[in-house]
Design a protein around this ligand. Sequence first.
Ligand code: KIV
Ligand code: NA
Length: 265
Amino acid sequence: RKKVRIHHLREMKERGETWPMLTAYDMYTAELFDEAGIPVLLVGDSAANNVFGYDTSLPVTVDELLPLVRGVTRSVNRALVVADLPFGSYQLSPEQALATSVRFMKEGRAHAVKLEGGRRFAPHVEAITSAGVPVMGHIGFTPQSEHNLGGYRVQGRGDAAEQLLADATALQDAGAFAVVMEMVPAEAAKRITAELRIPTVGIGAGPDCDAQVLVWQDMAGLRRGKAPRFVKRYADLADVLSQAARSFAEDVRGGQFPAPEHTFH
Ligand code: KIV
Ligand code: NA
């Protein structure tokens, strides 16, 4: 099984093969998802909400994400691992964007990086790709701009669809190898997917994108509570783990664990 490269993703688009992407933040999930044939794993800044316990993605830092990236890249044989640049680590200048990307490549051993933003970030994307680092863009609802976007809402409705296409095209022209579209109307996503040569990765962007991504804890039902409309739950891990913890607690309290087979003499 060969390593996934960015040209493979482009070839899948040309063949009309839709591909899956998941987040991963540690060794076991990286191994399992890689073996399951997920070609691209994202160490998202969503680790903020799904690993570190923050309520938004804004507080998470490069120093917090780097060890997660390292753990994931050490654990895959085949998947392309994308490291998400956190808020504040690339917006200041193309130079800052490149410097942060270099850290994720050298220290995290990532295979690519991802950043949020459209046209205004084309110079940042260009600086990073010029240094030989593949960049994935991210437009539509971009969680790092939550406060400027007026909260968690669909982007690119009506006339704004043209702006979204201009953003996607600018990222492609700047050298991005793919672009995530989050919470945009299916019609706009379909049109942008048809216009771009590079693959689009949808999350809440309808069925016509070249790829689909979900946060793994949402996909596997580890996160409790009401999930966004675009999430499909493929398992109920919260229930499985909670039951396991309760059974263990009950066994310990009742003296059923450890049993003779768990005991040395
Ligand atoms: O951080 C993240 O998980 C993401 C994906 C939802 C695309 O950016
Ligand atoms: Na992200």
